[in-house]
Write a protein that binds this ligand. Structure first.
Ligand SMILES: Nc1ncnc2c1ncn2[C@@H]1O[C@H](COP(=O)(O)OP(=O)(O)O)[C@@H](O)[C@H]1O
Ligand SMILES: [Mg+2]
Length: 242
């Protein structure tokens, strides 16, 4: 059974169909990359999966269970965490407080358990540790991205949805973020990664999908996508990686 399966999903904002029948699967343990130009429907796909917007048609299953009518809260509890675009952290809360909030869906976890998990997050994200008691607005863009991911992991997700984690970050920091994503997968969390940075994303991804105005125009392993000249020119930038 796939971890996540979308079949012919249609999502609209009013009369604008943002997704026109999207079929996708994510297997346990994979990093799956969702590529496409601005406005292609990448964020909408993630919003659909996490229950922020319900599809008009099609089906979405997580571990075989239909999720397309569930609330975002119910979907988090099933094991899906969504780190949205532009890493929204709470600027007036400390780093520790922000991370702790990510565990609020685990109603049965004791405060002590959650505190232990926060410490575990500082082990996964050592660059955040010395900022534990610092207000989050003081962090750099890269640190805020790490914080947003750490907060997402606090719900103990089986699937982590990451929306453009490299956006606006310096190249060196982008590399760190991508290394962290690989590390997270190594710790057992499956990742569905939305990116504009196709080179970097395909270098860590197992499979990818290319979205164009609400439809997939290509899918396959990174090699297949890079070897498709049309796709490479249109969506991936023309330079083939070394
Ligand atoms: N809240 C919204 N209201 C109306 N249209 C929206 C909204 N969000 C996105 N759209 C439209 O849906 C389409 C897909 O957007 P989006 O999923 O954000 O694309 P991407 O993340 O690939 O850049 C675009 O045409 C966009 O203008
Ligand atoms: Mg987007």
């Amino acid at each position: 059974m796939s971890l996540l399966e979308l079949e012919k999903v249609v999502i609209a904002y009013g009369k604008v169909e943002a997704l026109k029948g999207v079929t996708l699967r994510v297997e346990q343990g994979e990093i799956v990359v969702l590529l496409g130009a601005n406005g292609a429907g990448k964020s909408t796909t993630l919003r659909g999966i996490s229950g922020l917007i319900h599809p008009l048609a099609g089906s979405m299953r997580f571990l075989g269970q239909p999720i397309d009518r569930l609330s975002p809260q119910a979907i988090v509890k099933l094991g899906v965490a969504h780190v949205p675009e532009r890493r929204r952290v709470f600027p007036g809360l400390t780093v520790r407080e922000n991370i702790l909030l990510g565990g609020s869906s685990r109603v049965k976890a004791s405060r002590r358990q959650l505190e232990t998990d926060v410490d575990h997050m500082f082990a996964v994200f050592p660059e955040l540790k010395s900022f534990a008691n610092v207000l989050s607005w003081k962090l750099s863009g890269g640190q805020q991205q790490m914080l947003a991911i750490a907060r997402g992991l606090m719900s103990h997700p089986k699937l982590l949805l990451l929306d453009e984690p490299s956006l606006g970050l310096a190249p060196l920091i982008v590399q760190q973020v991508f290394q962290t994503i690989t590390k997270i997968r190594g710790l057992g969390t499956t990742v569905l990664l939305v990116e504009q940075n196709a080179h970097m994303a395909l270098s860590i991804g197992d499979r990818g999908y290319v979205l164009e105005t609400g439809r997939f125009v290509a899918e396959g392993n990174p090699e297949t996508l890079w070897n498709n000249d049309e796709i490479r020119a249109a969506y991936l930038g023309s330079r083939k990686p070394a």
